[in-house]
Write a protein that binds this ligand. Structure first.
Ligand code: SF4
Length: 292
C-alpha cells in the first residue's frame, strides 16, 4: 500500500490528479519566506519504490490522464531517472496526457535544451514555477538564490523546449520600501517570457519563518490589503505579454479573486480592482475564507 511522506504539497489545479513523490523536500530549501519543507531533508527516492507506487496507483486508477510529480522541485532529478519514470507512467497509464511538477530556475538551467525536450516528448509538459519577484534587490533579501536574468533565461529555455509554464508572483514580498521596484521588475519578467498561466498570491509569513525572514530583510514592512490591491493594479497595468496568459488570483490568501485572460481582459481586471478599492473592505474576501 502506497504511503506518502508528509507534509505533501501540490498546486490547487492538481487536486484531482495522481500524485507520485519522486523526491522528498526541496533541493534548495533556503528561501527565507518559505516554510513548506523545513521539516524535511531533501532526498531522491529509491527508483524501485517509485516504480512500486506507480504500479499500485495504475491498478487503482488505470484511466488517469494527469500525474503530478512531488515534492518541492522534482525537476532536480537527473534526466535519466526522470525519463525512466515518465516511460513507466506512459506504459501503465495508457490515457496519460500530462505530467507536471514544481521547477526552479536552478533545476531548469542545470539541464540542456535537448534534455528538456526529451522530457516534453515523454509528456512532462507543464511546470509550476515560483517567480515570486523579478527584482534582484528583493530576490537577494528573500534569499531566493537566483537573479532576474536567471529567471528570465530559465523560463525562456523551458518555453523553447515546449513546456507550458504556470508562474506565481507574490504580492507584498518587497514590503513597502521596495513595492514599486518589485512590481516593475516582476512585470518585466512576465513581459520578457512566455508563461501560459499566471497567478498572484499575497505574502503570508508562518511563525517559524519570521525570524529568518526579518534577519535577511531588516527594512521590511508588511503591506495591508489595500496596499496589496494597489500593487496588483499596478502590476496588471504594466503587463504587456506577447502571448495569451490565463490569469488568476484565487489563492486562499487573496483579498480579491480575479480571473481573466491577458492581455484581452486587462482593462476589465483593472476596473474590478479599482471598484474594490473604492468599496473598501466590504468588497474583499472575508478573513473567515482566507488562508490565515
Ligand atoms: S525553492 Fe520553492 S519550495 Fe524550495 S525553499 Fe524556495 S519557495 Fe520553498
Amino acid at each position: 500500500m502506497l504511503e506518502y511522506s508528509f507534509p505533501l504539497f501540490r498546486p490547487p489545479s492538481e487536486a484531482n490528479n495522481i500524485i507520485i513523490q519522486v523526491t522528498l523536500g526541496c533541493s534548495y530549501n533556503n528561501c527565507s519566506f518559505c516554510s513548506m519543507y523545513k521539516t524535511k531533508s531533501y532526498q531522491v527516492r529509491n527508483l524501485e519504490d517509485i516504480q512500486k507506487d506507480i504500479e499500485s496507483l495504475a491498478l487503482s486508477y488505470p484511466d488517469a490522464t494527469k500525474v503530478f510529480l512531488a515534492d518541492g522541485d522534482a525537476l532536480s532529478l537527473k534526466n535519466e531517472q526522470l525519463l525512466t519514470i515518465l516511460k513507466q507512467l506512459q506504459k501503465l497509464f495508457v490515457k496519460l496526457r500530462r505530467v507536471s511538477l514544481y521547477a526552479s530556475a536552478q533545476n531548469i538551467l542545470n539541464k540542456s535544451k535537448k534534455e528538456l525536450e526529451a522530457l516534453v516528448e515523454n509528456k512532462l509538459n507543464l511546470i509550476y514555477y515560483g517567480v515570486e519577484t523579478g527584482s534582484d534587490t528583493v530576490l537577494k533579501k528573500i534569499t531566493k538564490g537566483v537573479s532576474q536574468s536567471e529567471i528570465i533565461n530559465s523560463l525562456n529555455l523551458a518555453h523553447e523546449a515546449g513546456m507550458k509554464i504556470s508562474a506565481t508572483v507574490i504580492l507584498g514580498i518587497g514590503g513597502d520600501k521596495y513595492s514599486n521596484l518589485h512590481i516593475k521588475e516582476s512585470a518585466k519578467v512576465i513581459n520578457s517570457t512566455k508563461v501560459n498561466y499566471l497567478s498572484t498570491l499575497q505574502l503570508g509569513l508562518e511563525e517559524d519563518t519570521k525570524e529568518i525572514f526579518y534577519k535577511h530583510f531588516n527594512d521590511f514592512n508588511m503591506l495591508d490589503d489595500y496596499q496589496l490591491l494597489h500593487e496588483q493594479k499596478n502590476f496588471l497595468k504594466l503587463l504587456n505579454p506577447s502571448n495569451k496568459i490565463i490569469f488568476r488570483s484565487n489563492h486562499a490568501s487573496n483579498a480579491l479573486h480575479l480571473a481573466g485572460i491577458l492581455p484581452k481582459n486587462k482593462n476589465r481586471l483593472i476596473q474590478e480592482l479599482e471598484q474594490a478599492l473604492l468599496l473598501g473592505k466590504t468588497a474583499f474576501v472575508s478573513n473567515t475564507f482566507r488562508g490565515f
